[in-house]
Design a protein around this ligand. Structure first.
Ligand SMILES: [Zn+2]
Length: 263
């Protein structure tokens, strides 16, 4: 998956910078956006940074963002913004208010963090949504000028917000639920058991040499000792021979040497 991430606006205090309330939009789009990029990369997503920090005009900022986004094929373009004007919660803009699964999940994940879910809205008029080639969504994370939103955001932190958006984009969660953990544990145990039985079978097939007689098939180092053990009645074969594997041969050798020593 290739995802373009735009930390909305230019940097704080320059032409094209974002809204300033209790929170500073340009600072926070970068706090969330950069963490979002990192989070996605850790999950194996190819991230293209489409952030423009400095521009002479707002339209230059917007066209530079779109140029970065359209310079390669993206599966999704995401622009991170913060809202202003008084209101509460998170909303996501897509072209024609298309109910992109990722957009709906952003709203749901933000809602589970405690923000009001304002839903997916029509962003056809927004420059970066309109002009990017890929499916696009512009996330209005929360309101910079509403105290309850700003407080909640500060309490939760940019890391958690970025992770919630990353979860929405990839449709997965980094942490496993207890149920998933148990399932995974069982899968690993089952694989372990399989591996064990394969290893046992392999070990058996590798040790399948059985010696029934003291003859040239038996390793020379063991012959004399085995013969002595058989002659002394320490080992005895059934009708089919002595049925000795390598370990038993070695045991015969040890017994024989011991006997020699004790003589
Ligand atoms: Zn904005």
């Amino acid at each position: 998956m290739v995802v373009g991430i735009n930390c909305g606006h230019t940097v704080s205090g320059t032409v094209g910078c974002g809204a300033v309330g209790i929170l500073n939009e340009s600072d926070e789009t970068r706090n969330v956006g950069r963490r979002l990029e990192e989070c996605l990369r850790k999950r194996g997503v190819t991230v293209v940074d489409c952030t423009n920090d400095h521009a002479a005009t707002v339209s230059e900022n917007l066209s530079k963002i779109v140029a970065m986004a359209n310079a390669q094929r993206l599966d999704l373009f995401v622009s991170v913004h913060f809202n202003s004007g008084g209101g509460r919660g998170c909303e996501v803009y897509t072209y024609g208010a298309k109910k992109l699964a990722q957009a709906e999940r952003v709203c749901e994940n933000m809602q589970s963090l405690g923000f009001v879910n304002r839903g997916v809205k029509d962003g056809s008029g927004l420059y970066v949504v309109r002009h990017t080639d890929a499916a696009a969504m512009l996330v209005e994370t929360c309101f910079v000028d509403t105290a309850s939103d700003a407080e909640l955001y500060k309490k939760i932190g940019a890391d958690t917000v970025a992770k919630a958006i990353a979860d929405a984009i990839t449709g997965t969660k980094e942490e496993l639920t207890m149920a998933q953990y148990e399932e995974l544990k069982q899968m690993i145990a089952a694989q372990d058991a399989k591996l064990n039985s394969i290893q046992n079978a392999l070990a058996k097939s590798q040790n399948k040499m059985i010696y029934n007689y003291v003859d040239k098939n038996m390793p020379e180092w063991a012959r004399e000792a085995v013969k002595w053990c058989a002659d002394s009645g320490i080992i005895a074969g059934d009708g089919n021979g002595l049925d000795l594997d390598d370990n038993k041969l070695w045991t015969c050798v040890v017994l024989y040497r011991l006997a020699l020593k004790l003589k």
